[in-house]
Design a protein around this ligand. Structure first.
Ligand code: PMP
Length: 335
């Protein structure tokens, strides 16, 4: 590859690692390292794709203002891309989000507007309603809206999917994904419907999210709560194509955190909590197979923003998820 022009050229093209130190039964399990994107997550791809689509469509003029409702990885990706391209970025962030995330966003130059976490859709202070209103009131501003923006799944259709298809030498039996906005699933499913419709898609869903029920029974249940960040929903994201999933696994917070810690100990990959959910589901799927399969899942984001949470024994103990001093062994956790 030629030398990059800027850090934006380092988004995507992430490596694939075969996990050889975990028990994946008769299957071979591969992890695509999206934690190696420059702002630390798979959402860097989406941030770049949505901003460049808006530039092409003329909805974002030079020096313009981008508005989004998120405190998560989309915000970090947007902040990186906006800083490089000279856009102003205002993020509307629910006030329960960790101070580290807010400091990180501000360090990247984003303006952060905090709003209430205790109100739902339709309330004027709900973070998405607030962001939409702010965009209407701010001259020339663009509400980038990852939940309804087709450039979100497009980033995975054009980038993530063909990359992993090549890396796996065009032979993949199953892909294990989580759903937040649904962009990853929507984009990958579209690509694999074209090149390899037999590739199965498996949902890794935090226990408490409604999506596993939708896959298994087609019904909407009442959402609970979970500590894993970035995946699981209390509604069906319009871009997600969940109806095309083959199977779903529900994963508790305890199982997810244990798996993420085991991944670090055994394979040396420092990944986030959603990766723990995906890995748990992928291992369960693998161990249930009777014939060898090639299975892919993702390290969605880097684990450094969870050092004070799931990698911290005191925090786990406060959550009631650690019985005794941790060695990173699955047996230490109350799953
Ligand atoms: N993992 C993490 C850590 C995330 O932040 C996200 C995005 N919310 C996802 C997984 C899921 O990605 P998507 O929005 O494409 O469904």
């Amino acid at each position: 590859m030629p030398l990059p022009d800027s850090v934006l050229d380092l988004i995507g093209h992430t490596p694939m690692l075969e996990l050889k130190h975990l028990d994946s039964g008769v299957c071979r399990l591969f992890l695509k390292l999206e934690n190696q994107n420059p702002a630390g997550s798979i959402k860097d791809r989406v941030a770049l794709s949505m901003i460049e689509q808006a530039e092409r469509q003329g909805s974002l003029a030079p020096g313009g203002t981008i508005i989004e409702a998120t405190a998560g990885n989309t915000g970090l990706g947007l902040a990186l891309v906006a800083a490089q391209k000279g856009y102003r970025l205002i993020l509307v962030v629910p006030d329960k989000m960790s101070r580290e995330k807010i400091f990180h966003l501000r360090a990247l130059g984003a303006k952060v507007r905090l709003t209430r976490s205790d109100v739902g859709k339709g309330h004027p202070d709900y973070y998405q309603d607030y962001a939409r209103r702010l965009a209407q009131e701010t001259p020339g501003a663009l509400y980038i809206d990852q939940f309804n923006n087709p450039a979100n799944p497009l980033a995975h259709y054009q980038g993530t999917a063909p990359e992993l298809w090549r890396q796996m030498e065009r032979d993949i039996d199953a892909i294990v994904v989580g759903v937040g906005s649904g962009g990853t699933l929507g984009g990958l499913r579209r690509f694999f419907n074209e090149v390899s419709p037999k590739t199965e898609f498996i949902l890794a869903d935090p226990a408490g999210s409604i999506l596993a029920d939708v896959v298994e029974h087609g019904t909407l249940s009442e959402a609970g709560s979970w500590l894993v960040e970035g995946i699981g929903e209390d509604f069906v994201p319009p871009l997600s194509q969940v109806e095309q999933l083959n199977q779903a696994f529900r994963v508790t917070d305890g199982e997810a955190f244990a798996a993420a810690r085991t991944l670090l100990h055994k394979e040396g990959i420092l990944a986030g909590s959603s990766t723990g959910t995906l890995l748990t589901a992928a291992l369960r799927y693998c161990r249930a197979q009777r014939t060898p399969k090639r299975v892919v899942t993702f390290a969605c984001d880097s684990g450094n923003k969870y050092l004070s949470k799931m990698f911290n024994d005191d925090w786990l103990r406060q959550q009631g998820l650690l019985a005794r001093p941790a060695t990173g062994d699955l047996r230490d956790f109350i799953a």
